[in-house]
Design a protein around this ligand. Structure first.
Ligand SMILES: Cc1ncc(COP(=O)(O)O)c(C=O)c1O
Length: 448
């Protein structure tokens, strides 16, 4: 045993404790992907996916990915400076045109795009200013940049507060000010006040980078995200997105003016020194962009599903914090209760929701996060609301007598449809499991 093993003991002991209580929520292996996933004999309603438009399962994306692989093979054998295909260039041209920028750089993941851009631009004369709840990839980019530029200043401001941003800019000493904002927050489902940020950045002559990983392709009349909602698309200096959410694929991208993109392609280490995005993903992203540009009904369906589910949660008396979108936290505000709630939903109701506890969120902000997608059906969401009502009462998170506003007919329809979908998804194994459950129920209760 080395000190390496000593380092693991505390964390792994906590994990084992959670596993013993069947409450460890990670690495549960799916046998398919979508709003309903099969695991073992069970079929689970899945609220943990960022595939917001359900595009990862679309036959046209799959066909495009297969064709890309057939033509170019499974990998490009090198990083972008040596391994750029004509289709990478086409994807970059299309993304830049979509968001009204000069050019674009496609990275292999969104994480690499964020880390690379921050490392490429921050130096010892930079003040980098971040929202306190910034995503890990932004924090890691800042830390990487700080490693090479120790005199760089790093400041945080209160979540989504223009006032706090202004104060941070007033206090920052360095001549090069860089504000890094996140559009739609992935753990809270609330949106940055971007128009205010744009104004403040202009006032302080600060550059503005926006990571709208969760808003691009989901929000705004034409899916161009938070900047479209705020009418400031051309005012963001650098726009960063990912293919791993609404695009149903993998990869990241950075849109900006020509000089900035040319510089990023030569200076972002995660672009220059990491493998080029495989053509399966390039082609899938191009096809997803066709859908996003053309079929606005998917955003509408996503918004409708989000509104239905949020209203249902509010009707139950659950606290959804400031969510206004398809990303909805259920605030439980207690670590054990949060883990238990998610475990009961999983084992007792075949519903998958991700519990967030410290250090993922601050103590007192523990919650389950529900990601609604355009692919969820009313019955899946309605069934889940019923399950939340029942389990919420068992755990005394909700008062006795709490019920959804659904009438009996709706309830029966949701339940029946849910069962039919479960059988369709999980097949014979599920039916056998259900029969087994019914048999043991009968054995315990019936007098013969
Ligand atoms: C806000 C935000 N930015 C960036 C990323 C990174 O994207 P990718 O999954 O493409 O690495 C994520 C992914 O979780 C995210 O939530």
């Amino acid at each position: 045993m080395s000190w390496l093993h000593d380092k693991t003991t505390d964390l792994l002991a906590r994990v084992q404790e959670a596993k013993d209580q069947k409450a460890f929520p990670f690495f549960r292996p799916f046998e398919n992907v979508g709003p309903r996933v099969k695991m073992g004999a069970g079929s689970f309603v899945n609220f943990t996916s960022n595939d917001y438009l359900g595009l990862s399962q679309h036959p046209k994306l799959i066909k495009a990915a297969v064709a890309g692989t057939q033509h170019y093979g499974t990998g490009l054998g090198s990083a972008r400076p040596q391994a750029t295909s004509v289709r990478h260039e086409e994807l970059e041209r299309r993304l830049a045109q979509w968001l009204s920028y000069d050019d674009c750089a496609v990275f292999t993941t969104g994480y690499q795009a964020l880390v690379g851009v921050l490392q490429a631009f921050c130096d010892d004369e930079t003040s980098l200013i971040l929202d306190k709840l910034s995503h890990a990839s932004i924090i890691d980019g800042a830390l990487l940049a700080q490693g090479a530029a120790p005199d760089m200043e790093l400041r945080f401001f209160r979540h989504n507060s223009p006032k706090a941003l202004r104060r941070a800019l007033e206090k920052s000493d360095n001549p090069k000010k860089l504000v890094m904002a996140e559009g739609l927050f992935s753990v809270d489902g609330d949106m940055a006040p971007l128009a205010d940020y744009v104004e403040i950045c202009k006032e302080f002559d600060a550059a503005l980078i926006l990571d709208d990983a969760h808003g691009l392709g989901t929000l705004g009349a034409t899916g161009r995200g938070i900047a479209e909602i705020h009418g400031v698309l051309r005012d963001v200096d650098i726009m960063i997105g990912t293919f791993s959410k609404s695009f149903g694929a993998t990869g990241g991208f950075v849109c900006a003016d020509q000089a900035l993109v040319d510089y990023i392609k030569l200076q972002a280490r995660s672009f220059v020194y990491s493998a080029s995005l495989p053509l399966a993903q390039v082609e899938a992203a191009l096809t997803a962009l066709d859908f996003i540009e053309r079929d606005h009904w998917r955003f509408k369906k996503l918004a409708d599903n989000g509104a239905f589910f949020r209203e249902g949660l509010i009707d139950l008396g659950l606290d959804i914090n400031n969510s206004e979108t398809h990303i909805t936290p259920i605030m439980v505000r207690d670590e054990m209760q949060t883990l238990k709630f998610a475990a009961y939903l999983y084992h007792g109701a075949n519903v998958l929701m991700m519990p967030f506890v410290s250090p993922g969120v601050a103590p007192g902000k523990e919650r389950m996060r529900c990601n609604v997608t355009a692919a969820h059906s009313r019955s899946e969401m309605g069934y889940t609301l019923e399950a939340l009502a029942k389990i919420g009462q068992m755990l005394e998170v909700l008062p006795a007598g709490t019920c959804t506003k659904a009438n009996n007919l709706q309830r029966v329809m949701w339940l029946t449809e849910h069962k039919i979908q479960s059988v369709r998804n999980a097949g014979l194994g599920y039916v056998k499991g259900e029969l087994g459950k019914a048999a043991s129920w009968a054995k315990e209760r019936l007098p013969f």
